[in-house]
Design a protein around this ligand. Structure first.
Ligand SMILES: NC(=O)c1ccc[n+]([C@@H]2O[C@H](COP(=O)([O-])OP(=O)(O)OC[C@H]3O[C@@H](n4cnc5c(N)ncnc54)[C@H](O)[C@@H]3O)[C@@H](O)[C@H]2O)c1
Length: 650
């Protein structure tokens, strides 16, 4: 018999009304029982956790699911009313009673806390307790989906399949992430979706409740109601879910290992981990052709995989480093990448400026090809400016360009060379004469890596920080005068601030003139002190006797002296610069170096520098602190005179 369409619609709607009503009543009963049993006996973590939220409290946030579109099952008026009533009750119990018990650190306020993990990890039981202790609402994504759909998740799976479920889950989660602070438990598969992870990064802090296999198997032993556990071999199923999901869960901001302790204990661990979590600072570098972030924080080497996964298309990378850095930090980086499922190999070069040459470049390219890199294999530079410039040039040219990542480990590379995309090598005719502009996909600045940097290298890097202030930010230079000593003495917090300010300065300059094409000023201003510095480096022969930053420090002093000599800047400013450089323990003039130079030889080096234009020497000069400008009409006689005054022979 054919049922006429209006009657069929009516029947359909009555049936839905019935399902929703049944569902809510079931949950209400379940909730009452749960509260009673919670009062009478403590439960173990994960006991009520579920990959599909079968036993969740529908009351908590039923109201918020109402706008969720459910393509095949309309929501009923009954559900709407019930949801409103139940939601308000829950808020009273959950929030009013315990609000103000604990507060989150400032950096996390206003963000949602998302719990991820496999079925049985305790997302619901911990989430509920966490919410209560923080005085926040608790939202369970799976419960919200069930309420929106008007049926259980196993029913959804069997009726419409996993794809349909995931689609709905994505929409529900997007809505759950949109509101104010709350604790949100994701279903086990939700975090696998890249869009969901991106939305979570934007709006929440994610916590992975990590459990080992035996614990999970024990916890899910008695459950029959999970669509992904419908075969009986729980261990094999969970094992294969772990293999697929753990490398993705590892992208969570915070990881908490959970065992068989009581849920209250795990909740305390989560709270401790949240309190200790310092979100890294993110500084965008915005260029006409691309944009990327400089991520600055402590402990980022170990988080390399989590931070790189969202920006790389493939989880395969070759890490290029020098022997010193590899010995100290390679293991941490490889472990961090491995945890996120990266396939890795390494290329190690000798440490020091002498390595930045054409032969080393060819050798690195050869090793990349030997490692069978493909178009989407990333090259990660782990080290100082030498490794960054060398590996960056190899990445730019191998297979006509491989994705490139900078993980700078010297102060100099963290504040300067890793940002802006200049890559290249030296030739016997001078510094950086062969190279390419090639921007990284991301820069990870781990301030913790500076702990192993020799003090001399730290000071050399400091020269590039002071340079940023001297070029265009007098306030920043004044700040440097106050904090320079703390920076070179290893004060992490001050270092982080200096790195962020110097990178922000460089990002702004590079954003304005990415390829140094402006006829005046623009990116060329970043060369303040470099014409002199490069000439000194060439004179020393890149043997480590004079570090790049040390050459720059002396170059800064000489650039100010030359500016004063040409009547552009006051002697007071010159004195201020020289005394600041000396105050951080660096040589500020040529006389402080244990070597005599010839003015003619140094000028010869300058003429081979790539800062020559139309055959004339170009300098960056200053009108004062923070007021640099480019100049193409410096009389060669003035440079020679200055060098003679500084003690050079003819
Ligand atoms: N591309 C650019 O825009 C740009 C800008 C400025 C400088 N540079 C280049 O950068 C280079 C100088 O860089 P640099 O000063 O970083 O030198 P570097 O790369 O040679 O590193 C200095 C030394 O420190 C060691 N090291 C690095 N990180 C360490 C750590 N965390 N712990 C212990 N030891 C560590 C290295 O092994 C090396 O011996 C020069 O070649 C310069 O031309 C490039």
């Amino acid at each position: 018999m054919t049922i006429p369409p209006p009657l069929s619609r009516l029947l359909h709607s009555v049936r839905l009304e019935f399902i929703v009503r049944q569902h809510l009543l079931d949950r209400l009963r379940d909730r009452v029982g749960r509260i009673q049993s919670e009062i009478s006996q403590p439960r173990h973590q994960g006991e009520d956790d579920d990959d599909h939220g079968h036993q969740q409290n529908p009351a908590l946030h039923a109201a918020s699911l109402l706008p969720v579109p459910c393509p095949r099952i309309a929501r009923s008026g009954v559900a709407r009313v019930m949801a409103d009533v139940l939601a308000s009750r829950t808020m009273t119990r959950n929030s009013a009673a315990v609000r103000d018990v604990l507060t989150l650190p400032e950096s996390l306020r206003g963000r949602r806390i998302v719990l991820v993990g496999l079925m049985g990890a305790g997302k619901t039981s911990i989430g509920r307790r966490l919410a209560a202790r923080l005085g926040l609402p608790f939202l369970d994504a799976d419960a919200e989906i069930e309420l929106a759909a008007g049926c259980t998740i196993p029913e959804l799976f069997s009726r419409y399949g996993e794809t349909y479920f995931r689609d709905g889950e994505k929409k529900v989660i997007r809505r759950l992430l949109a509101g104010g602070p709350a604790v949100v438990a994701f279903g086990g598969g939700a975090f696998m979706d890249p869009d969901t992870r991106a939305a979570t990064r934007d709006r929440a802090i994610s916590v992975w409740l990590r459990c080992d296999l035996p614990t999970l198997v024990r916890r899910v032993a008695s459950r029959e109601n999970r669509p992904l556990l419908n075969n009986k071999d729980h261990s094999a199923t969970l094992g294969s879910l772990m293999a697929r999901r753990y490398p993705i869960y590892a992208e969570a901001d915070v990881i908490v290992d959970c065992g068989d302790e009581m849920p209250e204990m795990t909740t305390s661990h989560v709270i401790d981990a949240l309190a200790a979590y310092a979100p890294p600072r993110r500084l965008p570098v915005v260029l006409s052709s691309t944009r990327y972030d400089v991520v600055i924080g402590d402990g980022l080497l170990a988080r390399a995989g989590a931070l790189l996964a969202p920006v790389l298309q493939r989880k395969r990378a070759v890490v290029v480093s020098d022997a010193n850095v590899a010995r100290l930090h390679m293991r941490t980086v490889l472990d961090g990448l491995g945890e996120n499922g990266f396939e890795t190999s390494t290329v190690i070069v000798p440490a020091g400026e002498a390595t930045k040459n054409v032969d080393s470049y060819l050798s690195v390219v050869d090793q990349l090809l030997e490692a069978r890199v493909e178009r989407r294999t990333a090259v990660i530079a782990l080290g100082g400016g030498v490794v960054g410039d060398l590996a960056g040039f190899a990445a730019a040219t191998t297979l006509r360009g491989l994705p490139f990542v900078q993980i700078p480990t010297t102060l100099l590379s963290q504040v300067d060379s890793s940002v802006g995309g200049k890559t290249g090598v030296n030739t016997r005719r001078g510094k950086n004469l062969v190279g390419a502009f090639y921007q990284p996909k991301i820069v990870l600045v781990d301030t913790g890596s500076l702990a192993t940097l020799p003090p001399r290298e730290l000071r050399a890097g400091y020269a590039e920080i002071a340079k940023a202030g001297l070029i265009g930010d007098a306030d920043f230079f004044a700040w440097c005068e106050q904090h320079g000593t703390a920076i070179v003495n290893g004060d992490r917090a001050v270092q982080a601030e200096a790195i962020e300010r110097a990178c922000a300065f460089k990002a702004a300059v590079v954003g304005d003139d990415e390829r140094e094409e402006k006829p005046n000023d623009g990116r060329a201003l970043l060369n303040l002190g470099h014409t002199f510095g490069h000439a000194l480096e060439a004179e020393y022969g890149y043997d480590g006797a004079l570090l790049h930053g040390e050459g720059v420090a002396i170059g800064l002093g000489l650039a100010f002296r030359l500016s004063e000599k040409l009547g552009h800047c006051s002697v007071d400013d010159v004195e201020r610069v020289l005394s600041h450089i000396a105050s951080v323990g660096m040589a500020s003039d040529l006389r402080s170096l244990n070597r005599r130079f010839s003015a003619a030889t140094l000028i010869g080096h300058m003429r081979r520098d790539k800062k020559m234009r139309d055959g004339a020497l170009h300098f960056v000069l200053v009108h004062g602190i923070g007021e640099a400008f480019t100049s193409g009409d410096v009389p060669p006689g003035a440079v020679e005179e200055l060098l003679r005054e500084e003690g050079c022979a003819a």
